[in-house]
Design a protein around this ligand. Structure first.
Ligand code: ASP
Length: 590
């Protein structure tokens, strides 16, 4: 028996007269003027089936029994439709049914399988296999497939080869907690799941595979943060005999190729570059959305000394010109004040200056400042009559971050963050190290294998915080799409880096001895990058969450709510691993 001669998205007017067999799911059933219409759906589309109830009584009785999402096999003749549906490719035809066989019945789905479904995310994820029948989900996975294919095509053409690296490995620090896997054969010992294949790709460079890539799962056991998944996919790449310029050029090429082949967008010219220092100074973030300007202007100096305590005491006072918004009402300004006062943003208040169309000013600080001050601030911000200045003040880092959030909020309000406009940017010259107040030590801003800029190496001892790294991020529309660095390839410098990071010689040896050892056998200069594949797909799909572009994602608490993982294991399994649970966890044994 042949289940189908065609798919449900395939038949056209030119097929009229053919007898065909289709298999698929019942999307919808309608009874209209003596006819029963059925929409039959599969991955490829929807085809309308029709039964004339008078001509074909037995069959019409049979199809009336069908329910939504039943799986059926039907045979009939392709005919031209009298009322055509121009919205779907099969809309000019319908199938006049001869027979219908139920291959499987279906319970009523817990939400409608439609583009605009009535199911909330929780429900959709619990029944993800039903959710995936919906067009938006299917399109997202198709887009994901196409992107993976284009990545492989482009990089293979550039002589990169895809090499798999282990999932069960020794821990490599990428700044997150490891997921660990107990070893039954080596009781008391654990594998770590890779936070990324970082060390393996570097070892592949030592091995002479000068252009490597891999579309690969990575695992990071992080506390909840929006738009993160404990397992996620990277396009991981590494190259030998390259400097930063070579890497940026190569992956600018990949990025342009993906834009063109997947979204049919030509991105011409070189991607702009911005130093980390400028990104922080002008946008308050290391991933600026440069679809719009609205740069910060530092008015700390000129705004202090006039008796306004908030500005006088501030380490930093920054302004943005929020466009043509002097007409904002009290209510709109109050909303913005509430926005910056949210605990996640943490500003104490918001100062505004309305530069009215008639050249006068209306501000929230009239008591302390005069027209000359407002004029000066407006000039510094390039504001025109009709514009609105928004000003935040306080601790420098916190204020920069808060002003960054306010800038994005204004971008949203002013419609400056169009999902169909793309603005890629390289952020470069990251600091090598980041000081942590809590633990009173330096951490690698990127990871411990990132090389310092040649000219800054001598600062490693005297002023480690000032050392800049050969590290770069690709940012598109304010989303960090990827990041990488030129690596240290010399065992002495690598050892020194571990020391700066507070590793004892023994710790460095036991954790990374294999890498430093490899560097003794002719390690070429090398560097690379990794892109967050899920994020890139969601950016191209215009989706807000990466969960929508992952077939079976975890929820915000890291749980798979469909199959209820993680879950307890049996006493026998634990015994085999020689693991005993402690405290509360004890109750969880199966
Ligand atoms: N392994 C790094 C990461 O996952 C990327 C790289 O340096 O190539 O962020």
């Amino acid at each position: 028996m042949m289940y189908r001669t065609h798919t449900c998205g395939e038949l056209r007017l030119s097929d009229a007269g053919k007898t065909v067999t289709l298999s698929g799911w019942v999307q919808r059933l309608r009874n209209l003027g003596g006819m029963t219409f059925i929409d039959l759906r599969d991955r490829y589309g929807i085809t309308q089936l029709v039964v004339n109830n008078e001509d074909n009584n037995a069959l019409s009785r049979q199809v009336k029994e069908l329910g939504r999402e039943y799986v059926v096999q039907v045979t009939g003749k392709v005919a031209e439709r009298s009322s055509k549906n121009t919205k779907i490719p099969t809309g000019e035809i319908e199938i006049l049914l001869d027979s219908c066989k139920v291959l499987n019945s279906a319970d009523l789905p817990p939400f409608t399988i439609e583009d605009e479904t009535d199911g909330g995310e929780e429900l959709r994820m619990k029944y993800r296999y039903l959710d995936l029948r919906r067009n938006p989900a299917r399109k997202a996975l198709e887009l994901r497939h196409k992107m993976a294919l284009e990545v492989r095509k482009y990089l293979s053409d550039q002589n990169f080869i895809e090499i798999e690296t282990p999932i069960l490995m020794k821990s490599t620090p990428e700044g997150a907690r490891d997921f660990v896997v107990p070893s039954r054969l080596n009781p008391g010992q654990f594998y770590a799941l890779p936070q990324s294949p970082q060390v393996f790709k570097q070892l592949l460079m030592v091995a002479g595979y000068d252009r490597y890539f891999q579309i690969v799962k990575c695992f990071r056991d992080e506390d909840f943060r929006a738009d993160r998944q404990p397992e996620f996919t990277q396009i991981d790449c590494e190259m030998s005999f390259v400097d930063q310029e070579d890497v940026l050029k190569t992956f600018e090429g990949l990025t342009k190729h993906l834009f063109k082949s997947v979204r049919n967008i030509d991105i011409t010219g070189d991607f702009p570059r911005m130093s980390y220092a400028d990104a922080m100074k002008y946008y308050g973030t290391d991933k600026p959305d440069i679809r719009f300007e609205m740069r910060f202007v530092d008015i700390t100096e000129v705004a202090s000394g006039k008796g306004f305590r908030v500005f006088d005491d501030a380490e930093y006072t920054g302004a943005i010109c929020a466009g043509n918004c002097a007409k904002y009402s009290r209510k709109e300004l109050d909303q913005l004040t509430d926005f910056v006062k949210r605990p996640q943003i943490g500003a104490k208040g918001l100062v505004y200056v309305k530069y009215n169309e008639d050249g006068t000013f209306k501000t929230s600080v009239d008591k302390f400042f005069g027209e000359d001050d407002f004029k000066q601030w407006c000039e510094m911000c390039n504001a025109k009559p009709g514009d609105l200045l928004l000003i935040l003040a306080g601790n420098k880092n916190k204020t920069l971050t808060a002003l960054g959030e306010l800038r994005l909020e204004m971008g949203n309000r002013l419609g400056l963050r169009d999902k169909n406009k793309f603005a890629p940017l390289w952020v470069v010259d990251f600091p090598l190290l980041e000081w942590d107040e809590e633990t009173q030590r330096y951490y690698a801003m990127h990871h411990p294998f990132t090389s310092p800029k040649e000219e800054d190496i001598e600062l490693l001892d005297s002023d480690p915080g000032a050392v800049r790294a050969n590290a770069y991020d690709l940012v598109i529309n304010g989303v960090e799409i990827g990041g990488g660095s030129i690596r240290i390839h010399n065992d002495v410098l690598q050892q020194k880096m571990f020391k700066v990071l507070g590793f004892t010689e023994e710790e460095a040896e036991s954790q990374f001895g294999f890498l430093m050892n490899a560097f003794k056998y002719g390690a070429p200069p090398h560097g690379g990058v990794a892109f967050g594949f899920d994020r890139w797909v969601s950016l191209f799909a215009g989706m807000d969450s990466i969960r929508e572009v992952i077939a079976f994602p975890k929820n915000n608490a890291g749980r798979d709510i469909m199959n209820d993982a993680p879950s307890p294991i049996s006493k026998e399994q634990l015994d085999e691993l020689m693991i005993e649970l402690k405290g509360e966890a004890k109750k969880r044994v199966l």
